[in-house]
Every structure is written in C-alpha cells, then in structure tokens.
Write a protein that binds this ligand. Structure first.
Ligand code: THU
Length: 160
C-alpha cells in the first residue's frame, strides 16, 4: 500500500487594495454581476467575472429556477459563455463575489464542487493555469493559483 498526501495552498488578502489593479477591476466586475443575479429562491447572489487573454471580460451570475436543479451557478454561466463565444481564448483568471441578501457574507466563498469540475475542464483544455479570486460581499479575498489546486486528482478525459 501507499499513502498519498495532497496539499492545497491559498493566499488570503485582507483587503482589495493588496491586489493588482487588473484583479481589483475583475472583482469589481464580479460584484456588479452579482447585483444582477436571479436568485429569488435562495437569496444567495453570486457574480463571476473572467478575463480572457485578449482582454475581454465575461460576466456571469447565478440563474435559479422554480425547478431548483435546473438553475445554474455564476461560475458555470460565465465559463460556458466564454467557451461558446471565445473557444480559442485562454482564460487568465476568474473573480467570484458571493453572498446572501439576508445575512452579510464576509468570508471568502469558494466555488462549489460542480463548478470546480467545470472550471477544471477549461483549465486542462488550455494547458494553462486559471487563477481564482473569491470573496464574500466584503472582507478577505482568497486566491488559488489554479483550479487544480482546489480540485486535485480530478476526473478528466484521460480516464475515459
Ligand atoms: N451558487 C453559485 O452561483 N456558485 C457556487 O459556486 C455555489 C452556489 C449559487 C447556486 C444557487 O443559486 C445559490 O448559489 C445557492 O446555492
């Protein structure tokens, strides 16, 4: 037998001013996208903004549905649109701002498992790391240098 240890590392920033200007801009875009989320059932609004290599910024937010599982998370709304409209552009980074309208959310909110899987597909496709920055509606910002860092040992095309 053997044991395998997998380690994830994150950087947590105290405030947005500690980040580079492009990342600050992307987080602001994600916060704007969050304001337009359609989340009448959970009141948990999420906005995502991703920056492509050509400078284009793609926005997404969660879209809920009366048939709950038919809804879609912000991250996947954004990345599927990027895949549809700019299939050959590398995605440099994604910013995610999440929080309930009922309770303030001041801790970084990481992407759900299904979104990690979806983001991983595009990171593997482009053979380049996709940086992630995520936060609540205020407070600390966490960053991950890649999707792999938050979803190691992924289910990918090599196993099919
Ligand atoms: N949600 C996202 O948009 N992204 C995530 O990574 C986690 C959850 C959405 C789905 C649903 O509309 C609401 O947040 C509550 O789960």
């Amino acid at each position: 037998m053997k044991k395998i240890k997998i380690e994830s590392k994150f950087i947590v920033y105290d405030s947005i001013e500690e980040l580079t200007i492009p990342v600050q801009k992307l987080l602001k875009k994600a916060a704007e996208a969050r304001e337009k989320a359609y989340a009448p059932y959970s009141q948990f609004l999420v906005g995502a903004a991703l920056e492509l290599e050509n400078g284009v910024i793609i926005l997404g937010n969660n879209q809920e549905n009366a048939s709950y599982p038919s809804g879609l998370c912000a991250e996947r709304t954004a990345i599927y649109y990027a895949g549809a409209e700019f299939p050959n552009q590398k995605i440099l980074r994604m910013a995610i701002v999440a929080g309930s309208t009922k309770n303030p959310t001041t801790k970084p909110i990481p992407p759900c498992g299904a979104c990690r899987q979806a983001l991983s597909e595009y990171e593997l496709k482009q053979s380049n790391p996709l940086e992630l920055y995520f936060m609540g509606t205020s407070g600390e910002i966490a960053s991950s240098k890649s999707v792999e860092n938050i979803l190691p040992w992924v289910f990918d095309k090599t196993v099919l």
